[in-house]
Design a protein. Sequence first.
Length: 151
Amino acid sequence: MLKRVMDLLGGRDVARPLSDPDDLQFAVAALLVEAARMDSDFNVAERATIKRLLAGKFGLAPEAADQLIETADQSVRHATQLFPFTRVVCQQMDADARTSLIEMLWKVAFTDGVLDPHEDMLVRRIAGLIHVPDRERAQARQNALAKLAVK
């Protein structure tokens, strides 16, 4: 996976599809990081939320989650499109898991207590790219808000 990321960052072999098992983790991390970066403030709270979500979803140790976030952040900074990440998600996740990913994105977007219009637009765009219908996207948003209110 690290070689793939370095190739992507270096502009080499960019068209090659992601296919390693770790690529799903990387794709999900990249989408979560992109959601955090949409309001131009990838802060400590958002990073902690992403770390918690990745650790919970993939059973990652804290250090592994930190490394995944850092790698994803570097990749997202240089990425010009979401398609490589959403393609992996569509290939490797079923419909329920993709809806769960949308809920994760909403949790990141709402971490700072304010939904930036760019964050909202990104989550809607990703939902369309990974084939999550509007109804499920709206339900995922409500689930995320309800879980954040419980804290």
